[in-house]
Design a protein. Structure first.
Length: 451
C-alpha cells in the first residue's frame, strides 16, 4: 500500500481493530431468539453504541424496530455545509451451523494462516470495525470532512425487515447524500470491488397434506398418496434438467455484462466436488448475479435414523427464491406461489405461507461518488483498478433506502470475499483486506467531500 498518513494511521490501529473484533465476535448475536438468547444481541448493540459514543457521535440511540430487534444509530457532525454520508453495517450474524465443523470455536476470534476466524468476522462485524478505522484515520489527519451518520442493524440476516419498516416510518433519520453499505465484498482478495447489483429474495413455506394420519406402507403403500412424495414432485418442478430455475412465468435468460467469473475459479471458491457439474446455463456471472435461483432451504420429514415403514400424511419445506435486478419480488412471489400450487400432484392439499421478502437492487455507477471511490481504491490497493461486480445475496435495506432517498448515491463495499466463507463454517476475514478497505473508505470520504 502506498505510504500516506491515512494508511500509516490505519496500520497502527490494526492491533486495536483485532481486539475490538474479538470482543464483538464473542457476542452470539443471532437474531433468532428461539435459538439464541436475546441478551447476546442486546449486548452487541450496547457495545456498538458505546463504540460510537467513544468516537464522539451524537444522538446515539438503540432503535426498537418493529421486528423486535434493535438497530444502533449515531451522528457525527462535520464542517458546516458539508455533505452527509450514511455508513451501514449489521451486528447480527448467522448461526454457527455445525460447531463441530469449525476448526476453532465460532464465537472466539482466532488467528490462523494469516486470517482471523469467527462468526461475523467478515459478515458484518468486520464491516463496523472498517467504518471505525476509516473515521479514526481521518480524525488523526485533519478531521472528518463530511457529516457522518452510522446505522448498525440487528436483524439483517433474519430478513425480517425491522430496519426497513423503521426507516419508512422515520424517513428523515437516515437521509444522506451518499450511502456506503459495508456488507458486500471484493471479487477476491486484493481486487478492489464495488457491488453494483443485488438479487432480491423471497421465502415461502409450503406444506402438503394427503392423509388424516400416517399409514403402514405395506398395507396401504402403492395406493395411498404419500405427502412426502408429493412434496418432492413439487420441489423437483422448480428446476429444469440442467438445474436451471423454472418458475412458471419468471424469465431466466438475463445476462451479466460486467466483471466475469471464471468457471474453474468458481468451482474452487464453491468447493464443488470433483465430477459434479455446475447447474444452469449461461456464464457463471449470469447465473449468480442476473438470473433467478431457487433453493430448498429445509424439509420437515422423518429422519433416516428412527424412520418407520409409513406412508407420510404431511410434509413441509422452506423454499427460497433469489430475484434478479429488474424483477419485482412481490410479483415473483406470486409466480412462485402459483407454480407451487399448480404443480402439486394427486389433488394433494397445499398450504403456502409467505415468510418475507427483499427487493433486488441496481446502482447508478455514473455518479460522482463512484469516481471518488475508484480513486480511493486505486490508492489503497496500490494502483489496482476498481471493478464492478454483482452479488447473489440480498440486502433488503438497499432498495428501501433507494426508494426513500432517490437522489442519494449508494455504494456497496465490504469484507466478504470468497475465502471469507460467510454463512458457512470457518468464516474468516483477511486483516489485509480490512486494512486496505478502511484506508479506501477514509480516502473516499475525503475525495467525496472535495467534489
Amino acid at each position: 500500500m502506498s505510504s500516506n498518513p491515512v494508511a500509516e494511521t490505519v496500520a497502527s490501529l490494526m492491533p486495536r481493530a483485532k481486539a475490538e473484533l474479538t470482543e464483538l465476535v464473542a457476542f452470539k448475536s443471532v437474531a433468532d431468539f428461539d435459538q439464541f438468547p436475546r441478551s447476546e444481541s442486546e449486548g452487541a448493540a450496547n457495545w456498538v453504541a458505546d463504540a460510537l459514543r467513544a468516537e464522539g457521535f451524537q444522538d446515539v440511540a438503540l432503535l426498537d424496530t418493529p421486528d423486535g430487534t434493535q438497530s444502533v444509530y449515531g451522528s457525527l457532525p462535520g464542517p458546516e455545509g458539508a455533505k452527509t454520508v450514511l455508513l451501514y453495517a449489521h451486528y447480527d450474524v448467522q448461526p454457527p451451523l455445525d460447531e463441530a465443523g469449525w476448526a476453532t470455536p465460532p464465537f472466539e476470534l482466532t488467528e490462523r494462516d494469516g486470517r482471523w476466524y469467527g462468526r461475523g468476522s467478515a459478515d458484518c462485524k468486520g464491516g463496523l470495525v472498517m467504518h471505525l478505522l476509516a473515521l479514526r484515520a481521518l480524525k488523526a489527519d485533519g478531521g472528518v470532512p463530511v457529516n457522518v451518520k452510522v446505522i448498525v442493524e440487528g436483524s439483517e440476516e433474519q430478513g425480517t425487515g425491522g430496519l426497513e419498516r423503521y426507516a419508512e416510518e422515520h424517513p428523515e433519520l437516515l437521509a444522506a447524500d451518499t450511502i456506503v453499505i459495508g456488507d458486500a465484498g471484493n471479487f477476491r482478495v486484493g481486487v478492489p470491488t464495488v457491488t453494483t447489483a443485488l438479487r432480491g429474495m423471497t421465502l415461502v413455506r409450503v406444506r402438503v397434506d394427503t392423509l388424516e394420519g400416517n399409514l403402514h406402507s405395506g398395507q396401504f403403500g402403492g395406493a395411498a398418496p404419500d405427502a412426502l412424495g408429493a412434496l418432492i414432485r413439487v420441489l423437483d418442478s422448480l428446476r429444469a434438467e440442467d438445474g436451471s430455475t423454472t418458475v412458471d412465468g419468471l424469465t431466466g435468460t438475463s445476462r451479466w455484462d460486467g466483471l466475469q467469473y471464471d468457471e474453474a475459479q468458481f468451482r474452487k471458491d464453491a468447493k464443488v466436488l470433483d465430477g459434479v457439474e455446475l447447474i444452469g446455463s449461461g456464464t457463471v456471472a449470469d447465473r449468480i448475479w442476473a438470473r433467478p435461483a431457487v433453493t430448498v432451504l429445509g424439509i420437515d420429514c422423518p429422519p433416516v435414523v428412527g424412520a418407520t415403514p409409513s406412508v407420510q400424511a404431511s410434509a413441509r419445506a422452506l423454499v427460497s427464491l433469489r430475484v434478479p435486478p429488474g424483477v419485482d419480488t412481490v410479483e415473483a412471489t406470486k409466480l412462485l406461489q402459483a407454480h407451487l400450487e399448480a404443480h402439486t400432484p394427486w389433488g394433494a392439499r397445499v398450504q403456502l405461507e409467505h415468510i418475507g421478502l427483499g427487493q433486488p437492487f441496481r446502482a447508478d455507477t455514473s455518479s460522482p461518488a463512484y469516481a471518488a471511490m475508484a480513486q480511493a481504491m486505486s490508492v489503497a490497493f496500490d494502483g489496482a483498478e476498481m471493478q464492478y461486480a454483482g452479488q447473489g445475496g440480498s440486502i433488503p435495506l438497499c432498495n428501501t433506502l433507494a426508494s426513500l432517498y432517490p437522489q442519494a448515491e449508494i455504494l456497496l463495499i465490504g469484507l466478504s470475499e470468497p475465502e471469507a466463507q460467510i454463512h458457512a463454517v470457518n468464516e474468516s476475514v483477511s486483516p489485509e483486506e480490512l486494512e486496505r478497505l478502511s484506508v479506501a473508505e477514509a480516502l473516499f470520504l475525503r475525495n467525496y467531500a472535495a467534489n
